[in-house]
Write a protein that binds this ligand. Structure first.
Ligand code: FAD
Ligand code: DLZ
Ligand code: SF4
Length: 520
């Protein structure tokens, strides 16, 4: 009798519509799911991230068993656990003697490299299938990217709109006449702006068990477990999506770039963890958003904005990652060398905006996009923090972080470390931007209107310090180069004030040292 087909399913592949399950029969297949030490510790992930992934994996295994599949599941505390995907696969091959191992390609370079060794390591046939949960294939992305010097998301996004037909009219024109309503996504928060609370899910016994395991084994990792409320099953994720479409999508568009102290989710969908795990289908969400617009239940700027984030940015960064790996990991076009300040881990800083974003990150394993980009990211860019340290931080702290999505956002979008392939200019901003788009400054010891010296918002001198030290490169950039006329008009004394203020501030930064993100 030939052995069964062994189907390994990784922690971010939790859908029954996975390519490796399609066409399989239940009596001829064994599904393999593995909690492994290597994945839980290659960086010291936020506790909620590990709890979320293990709980969602355990629930998905139950769902498969209830549907009649045979599931072989190794828990982290299984005494024989080999600690790695390859080690666990070897043990499973011994147990089941499969005729074929059929697996969907891993989302991350690190794991895909290991997977590609499996055919040489194991005697049985190994089949690695394309992950067709993405709308754009890598071949399509590469064909689009290969003859371009600059890879702008906007043009890629238009291709995805045409491909999916989302927000497209019969005459081939975009709905509403414009491709992009970004200019209607920048409303500053009005006083007292608050959003309905997102759907949170009290841990059931499976999640509770995992929370205890994580507290026990990873108790010294960053972050809190007390506030865990992520959806861990498809039903819960759908309930969270229902709540977003019923209560928050209307204001999602206008307030997409707004920040309010203590309003951690604002009008964002909070669905990235579920989408990335496989609990929600991104294309289905986009169709739902479009329907909400067509039914008159949500404005076009909200719906287009939401769809752009998913079929635009999400698809684009995934294509960009595989197009630019492995060198993207080491890219450092601006030669940034400073260590990550310790306050990124402790939240102990007088800068109210950073303190609030880090608090939300610690409590929720989440911060919304503009906090990640224009507060946490902007500071790392202006202060010249080493990209490898910033990459590690973002990979550790967010429950939705996988390298394929984290790395392009960090290295290319916030740090300009790719030298401008992804972004047409660095997302550098002074305190003025944060003051306009948030209420943080009202509760800060620093003043955004003070430019230099004691009490000045540190973003102000840091902005000019950054511009000055990268003049040679940025002066040629048509989107930012004109700023140097303003700099030159200031005169030497004023310029010196800015540079001295920035340098005095930079001297006060305590580097975090080793051990926070990766084990020593
Ligand atoms: P919403 O604001 O409701 O957006 C809807 C969806 O669009 C998100 O769920 C997400 O799937 C997608 N999306 C939006 N922006 C992006 C983007 N720039 N790249 C990819 N997808 C996007 N997102 C991750 O999923 N994992 C990460 O590790 C991650 N790291 C980031 C690091 C930095 C420096 C920055 C600037 C952004 C990062 N993002 C990451 C993108 C974005 O911040 C999160 O997807 C978003 O905050 C998740 O919250 P939400 O579901 O409420 O998103
Ligand atoms: C992030 C993560 C963690 C913490 N643990 C596991 C695990 O034990 N088992 C598993 O299958 N997946 C885990 N994951 C998600 C994986 O890192 C992710 O599926 C792949 O690395 C994608 O390349
Ligand atoms: Fe942040 Fe500067 Fe505003 Fe303080 S004054 S909250 S540091 S932008």
């Amino acid at each position: 009798m030939p052995g069964p087909v062994l189907v390994p399913i990784l922690g971010d592949q939790l859908t029954r519509d996975l390519a490796s399950l399609r066409g399989r029969t239940k009596d001829d297949s064994v599904i393999l799911m593995m909690e492994v030490w290597d994945e839980a510790t290659y960086v010291r992930h936020h506790k909620q991230k590990i709890a979320l992934i293990f709980s969602a994996m355990r629930h998905f295994a139950e769902e498969l068993r209830d549907a009649g599949w045979k599931v072989d599941y190794t828990k982290l505390d299984d005494p024989d656990n080999a600690g790695s995907f390859t080690g666990e696969l070897a043990r499973a091959i011994e147990r089941h003697d499969p005729r074929l191992v059929s697996v969907v390609e891993a989302g991350e370079w690190r794991v895909r490299q290991d997977m590609e060794q499996w055919a040489d390591k194991f005697a049985c046939e190994i089949e690695i299938l394309r992950d067709d949960r993405f709308i754009c294939t890598q071949a399509e992305f590469d064909a689009w990217a290969d003859d371009r010097k600059e890879l702008r998301m906007e043009f890629f996004y238009r291709e995805m709109r045409r491909k999916t037909g989302l927000l497209m009219e019969d005459d081939g024109k975009p709905t509403g006449g414009e491709w992009n309503y970004d200019s209607e996504n920048r409303k500053p928060p009005k006083d007292g702006l608050a959003a309905p609370e997102r759907a949170k899910f009290a841990p059931d016994s499976v999640t509770q068990e995992v929370i205890e395991l994580v507290g026990d084994r990873f108790g010294d990792h960053f972050g809190s477990l007390d506030t865990f409320g992520w959806p861990v099953t498809r039903d819960e994720a759908e309930e969270a999506a229902d709540a977003f479409f019923a209560e928050r999508i209307e204001c999602f568009g206008p307030y997409q770039d707004a920040m309010v102290a203590g309003e951690d989710d604002l009008f964002h969908s909070m669905l990235s963890t579920s989408i990335n795990l496989g609990l929600l289908d991104p294309l289905e969400l986009c169709h739902r958003a479009e329907q909400a617009y067509r039914d008159g239940n949500a404005p076009l700027n909200s719906v287009e904005g939401f769809i752009r984030q998913i079929i635009g940015w999400r698809e684009y960064v995934r294509g960009f990652y595989w197009h630019q790996m492995p060198h993207l990991q080491k890219a450092n076009a601006l030669n940034a060398q400073r260590g990550l300040p310790e306050f990124y881990w402790t939240g102990d800083t007088d800068m109210a905006c950073l303190a609030d974003c880090i608090r939300s990150t610690r409590d929720n394993a989440h911060a919304h996009h503009i906090q990640r980009l224009m507060v946490l990211g902007n500071f790392a860019l202006l202060a010249g923090i080493d990209p490898r340290e910033v990459q590690d931080w973002y990979l550790v702290v967010y429950a939705d972080a996988y390298e394929w999505v984290e790395l392009p956002n960090v290295a290319a979008m916030i740090l300009y470390a790719d030298g401008g392939k992804l972004a047409s200019k660095p997302y550098a901003a002074s305190g003025n931007y944060i003051n306009k788009m948030s209420n943080y400054c009202a509760g800060c010891t620093y003043s955004p209107s003070k430019k230099t010296g004691e009490g000045a918002c540190p973003f102000n001198p840091l902005y000019w310090h950054f511009m000055d030290r990268h003049r040679e490169r940025l002066e040629k950039n048509h989107r930012i180069g004109r700023i140097y006329a303003t700099w030159d008009r200031m005169g030497e004394e004023r310029q010196r004030d800015y540079l001295d203020s920035a340098e005095s501030f930079l001297e006060t930064l305590e580097p975090a040292g080793a051990g926070w993100a990766r084990a020593d």
